[in-house]
Design a protein around this ligand. Structure first.
Ligand code: NAP
Length: 450
């Protein structure tokens, strides 16, 4: 039987799949078409989560179950805004939900950022996760010192991958190229540098402990950096998680330094310039102090400048969303402006257009945070469907015809499962959980041969 309502979801990460799940469960009268610009699904779960974190990746099993619903169809390798415009898409659906996420790193916007040896976290994460855009990134870690700017979970993921012995990553689904690059890597010192203090870090204790478990690694913190102003003391009193992390820092500060491999946490330093002649040779920081009320403290410069010699700089200071032509965009936050998930262009709600996930609320939260967020957006869609449902729209067959007429080689979920099986099979030959295809081209070539 034909469904009464047709809904498109743009993006196949966790927020897209959780939204599909809500809509399929709560409305038996709807069908979902999910669009993904890459052939392979799952967004940051596949391309963002670190390879030594398989537990987090296992959420894809739930997504596989959602995709089995016969009212669900997947169109991989179709980029909305490029292959098919938003205006075109609206002719085929009563509602369009943008779950397009954020995959571009924020930039530091300081001199020297474009020097060879200066990277964004998204390029490094993409390099070790076989992201189609970054899998071939030229990485020669022949120097010993890397500086990572930012104190979030991504910074700690990147530090862990750089500091672990390459053979401890060998059986994961890490990109084979990255594994080879890591085998040749000479990095033995990583500095993680924050513009604020030890009680303002954004990472979780779990991620800190994963670094603590690396053998032959000293974690170094200076006692001076652990001194807290009154507002920071008050923040700590009000947060058990901050207390736990701070206790670890106190321990690190008291430990004897005995290994060659080191991870330094440096606080109260704001990057102002990356220096080097033809490549990164160092970075200049301005020392900061914190001002403001507890939990709203900002770092302000003290005028004291300090240089740190290093070979690489990796900016891990958050993400921003890509602009989809025809969709409102807030330059400041990099999000799509909305009211509880209904897209808002500053004057009115854009009828039939919704947003969910990082594109809706910014690049914060773990995968699970997408559940309540998706429920909120799905609720808005369900409330509006009766009025949106009066619109004449085209069918899934019409959409397929449109894609074929445009010469777009879309990838179905069944085809993705073949890619998935092949990656696992290739992995078993080399002792890895999975050997990933390195590019969109490789995936499409494999599917052509099927
Ligand atoms: P994040 O948690 O927002 O951390 C960004 C860091 O960059 C903060 O320390 C921030 O400092 C700093 N920063 C921002 N702008 C800066 C600037 N101009 N100069 C210097 N420092 C700057 O971002 P993230 O690490 O990219 O993580 C994104 C989200 O993904 C988070 O919610 C995270 O928990 C999640 N994630 C989770 C996992 C996991 O569960 N294993 C793994 C990866 C990511 P301020 O605090 O001063 O702003």
């Amino acid at each position: 039987m034909e469904s009464k309502y047709r809904i498109a979801i743009v993006g196949s990460g966790p927020s897209g799949f959780f939204t599909a799940d809500n809509l399929l469960r709560l409305c038996q009268d709807c069908e979902i078409d999910m669009f993904e610009k890459y052939p392979d699904p799952f967004g940051l779960v596949r391309r963002g989560v670190a390879p030594d974190n398989p537990k987090i990746r296992s959420v894809t099993k739930a997504f596989d179950d959602i995709a089995k619903n016969d009212r669900f169809a997947y169109f991989g390798n179709v980029e909305v805004g490029v292959d098919i415009s938003l205006v075109e898409l609206m002719d085929y659906y009563h509602a369009v939900v943008l779950a397009s996420g954020m995959e571009t790193s924020q930039r530091l916007c300081i001199p020297g950022e474009d020097l060879p040896g200066s990277y964004t976290a998204s390029s490094i994460v993409g390099w070790y996760n076989c992201h189609p855009v970054y899998s071939s990134l030229n990485v020669y870690f022949s120097g010993e010192r890397a500086v990572i700017i930012g104190m979030g979970n991504v910074a700690l993921d990147v530090a862990r991958i750089l500091l672990k012995h390459w053979s401890d990553l060998q059986s994961t689904d890490i990109s084979s190229k990255a594994l080879k690059d890591l085998e040749l890597s000479k990095i033995n010192t990583v500095y993680i540098v924050g513009r604020r203090g030890p009680t303002q870090v954004k990472f979780r204790e779990n991620e800190l402990l994963a670094l603590e478990e690396i053998p032959d690694l000293d974690i170094v913190v200076s006692q001076e950096d652990l001194e807290l102003n009154i507002a920071s003391q008050s923040e700590m009193e009000n947060s058990i998680s901050i207390q736990r992390i701070y206790k670890w820092f106190l321990q690190f500060a008291q430990r004897e330094i005995k290994h060659q491999k080191k991870l330094h946490f440096l606080f109260y330093r704001y990057p102002i310039r990356i220096i080097g002649n033809g490549g990164v040779e160092g970075i200049v920081f301005e020392k900061t102090q914190l001002v403001g009320e507890p939990f709203q403290q900002k770092a302000v410069g003290t005028g004291v400048v300090e240089k740190l010699d290093c070979d690489y700089v990796i900016a891990s200071i958050g993400y921003r969303g890509n602009i989809i032509p025809g969709v409102p965009y807030d330059e400041r936050s990099g999000t799509i402006p909305n009211i509880q998930g209904r897209v808002y262009d500053g004057q009115e709600i854009r009828k039939g257009l919704y947003v969910v996930g990082w594109a809706k609320r910014g690049p914060v939260g773990l995968i699970g945070h997408n559940k309540p967020d998706s429920a909120e957006t799905a609720k808005c869609v369900l409330e509006d469907l009766p009025s949106l449902g009066t619109k004449e729209i085209r069918s899934r067959e019409d959409l397929i015809r449109l894609l074929e007429n445009k010469g777009i080689r879309y990838v179905t979920f069944e085809e993705w499962k073949k890619v998935d099986e092949m990656e696992i099979q290739l992995g078993t030959h080399v002792g890895k959980v999975r050997e990933r295809f390195r590019s969109k081209f490789e995936i499409l070539k494999f599917l052509e041969k099927m």
